[in-house]
Design a protein around this ligand. Structure first.
Ligand code: GAR
Length: 189
């Protein structure tokens, strides 16, 4: 059994999808949810789904305390599902090629510091893009720069507002993220 920890900062819809997908799996177990935002919707979801939840701050992240928690819980893989802080070096080094992120655009477009959530969708519309999409990638110490594992795209219509782009992206995220996590983990066993 491979244990995964999901890091989330927001509503947690991807975290919930991932949890539901693996609930009966004999190979992959969602062991923990870690959240850096005490106001985040993911907290209620984790409580409802009865997934152990840890709320942490920047100091715990940078000092190595979060890595200790992950190791203590025998976490094999870290999944970033709407997690908005840069992952510090001590965490990247403790989980080499074992951290996966989802980004709501076709990287390298619309990535980097400050490009997350609605900022991405607004930039896509402002730039008159005719398509956007999602990227699932390995995480290194730089925002949105690790190796790409998977991308999927959708058309952006000239009538689309950022909320339309967001909605189309989330449909693809919910459809693909759990399966891509499963394939990536099982391919490395
Ligand atoms: C997702 O769309 C994810 O791609 C994005 O945050 C959203 C979280 O939604 N992540 C980033 O922008 C990371 N740079 P959720 O909380 O409902 O899963």
């Amino acid at each position: 059994m491979k244990n995964i920890a999901i890091f989330a900062s927001g509503s947690g819809s991807n975290a919930e999808r991932i949890f539901e997908y693996f609930v009966d799996s004999e190979q992959i177990n969602v062991k923990l949810v870690l959240c850096n935002n005490p106001e985040a919707g993911v907290i209620q979801r984790a409580e409802r789904l009865q997934i152990p939840l840890i709320i942490f701050d920047r100091l715990a992240f940078k000092s190595g305390e979060v890595v200790k928690i992950l190791q203590h819980n025998q976490i094999d893989w870290v999944i970033l599902a709407g997690f908005l802080w840069l992952v510090p070096k001590n965490v990247v080094e403790a989980f080499p090629n074992r951290i996966i992120n989802i980004h709501p655009a076709l990287l390298p477009k619309f990535g980097g510091k400050g490009m997350y959530g609605h900022f991405v969708h607004e930039a896509v519309v402002e730039n008159n893009e005719t398509e956007s999409g999602i990227t699932i990638h390995f995480v290194n110490e730089h925002y949105d720069e690790g190796g790409v594992i998977f991308q999927a795209s959708f058309p952006v219509l000239y009538t689309d507002i950022p909320a339309d782009v967001a909605r189309k992206g989330q449909v693809l995220e919910h459809k693909h993220f759990p399966e891509v996590i499963e394939r990536t983990i099982l391919a490395s066993v």
